[in-house]
Design a protein around this ligand. Structure first.
Ligand code: SAM
Length: 294
């Protein structure tokens, strides 16, 4: 296997010039040019030859080279057609890599894992295009794609949102969704000068280690996420009002108030104060009560 050649500014610039590559803002293209950050990502993802890695957005193949050296197999999905001939060149000799020229949001990743990894869980590693961070991560979780872990570079604030608990301004639906499916921890903060071109925002690498079983027991997962959305869509309102106003929920004022009361919380509590355990208990109180009523 060849050694990585990319990951520093000189070689990145040389490749970009050779192909006269024009960055496409709409695809969130900020290429990594720091070998320390690349090493850190590979180490945090704990990649071994047993792993199949899905890389979302390989760019010119910088991280792909590092992944190829550590993993058994790498599938890299890149939307920008202009990058495909570049990837053929930079990944020449890295024989365990397959590049697919597709939009990741349209790829059936569960089917890909079945076909390429016999249905065994895969690892997702990426320097994500920031404009679609949330749909990519939520898609992986909600569609029950077999993933062991997701190690991704995201906007710093988004990484913080995934990690925080109640009582902070960043706490929201994304925090709860991520923490229901995985254990998140930020492994590095990455400043703009580690990328070309430099993004306007700070970045962070976050590792989401998927739970085999969620940390809370909830009878109706979909209902819990409808309740969570309802309480954060109207952040300034009380939880009870947010739930009453939600077009996604169909409970009476009395049912909602009784369920909130069963948590031992006052009627004026806001959704942003509730833990994941409390959202699960609220969901179970509503679904059990309403099932026993009908
Ligand atoms: N991995 C490279 C690196 O670290 O240098 C590039 C990362 S760059 C932040 C994001 C990459 O995702 C770009 O190559 C971009 O073209 C690609 N991309 C953007 N939207 C995509 C999509 N919907 N599906 C697949 N790739 C996408």
């Amino acid at each position: 296997m060849k050694e990585p050649t990319l990951g520093n500014p000189q070689n990145t610039i040389a490749v970009l010039h050779r192909y006269n590559f024009a960055f496409q803002k709409k695809f969130g293209q900020n290429f990594l040019i720091d070998t320390h950050v690349l090493d850190k990502i590979i180490r945090s993802a704990e990649i071994s030859r047993d792993d199949m890695v899905l890389e979302i957005g390989p760019g010119i193949g910088t991280m792909t080279q590092y992944l190829a050296c550590a993993a058994g197999k790498v599938i890299a999905v890149e939307i920008d057609r202009a990058l495909i001939p570049i990837l053929e060149d930079t990944l020449d000799g890295f024989d365990n890599v397959t590049v697919l020229n597709e939009d990741i949001l349209k790829v059936d990743i569960a089917e890909l894992a079945e076909r390429e990894n016999g249905g065994r869980p895969i690892k997702v590693v990426a320097n994500l295009p920031y404009y679609i961070t949330t749909p990519i991560i939520m898609g992986l979780f909600e569609k029950h794609v077999p993933v062991k872990s997701i190690t991704v570079m995201v906007q710093k604030e988004v990484a913080e949102r995934m990690q925080v608990g109640p009582g902070t301004k960043d706490y929201g639906a994304l925090s709860l969704a991520v923490q229901y499916y995985a254990k998140p921890y930020i492994v590095a903060n990455v400043p703009p000068n580690c990328f070309m071109p430099r993004p306007k925002v700070g970045s962070a690498v976050i590792c989401l280690e998927r739970y085999e079983k969620p940390p809370v027991q909830v009878d109706d997962e979909r209902l819990m996420f409808r309740i969570i959305r309802a309480s954060f869509n109207q952040r300034r309102k009380t939880l009870a009002n947010g739930m009453k106003n939600s077009p996604e929920l169909d409970y009476t004022k009395e049912q909602i108030e009784a369920a909130i009361e069963s948590l031992g919380r006052g009627a004026g509590v806001r959704g942003e104060a509730l833990t994941l355990e409390e959202f699960a208990a609220l969901t179970n109180a509503l679904s059990r009560k309403c099932n026993s009523d009908s």
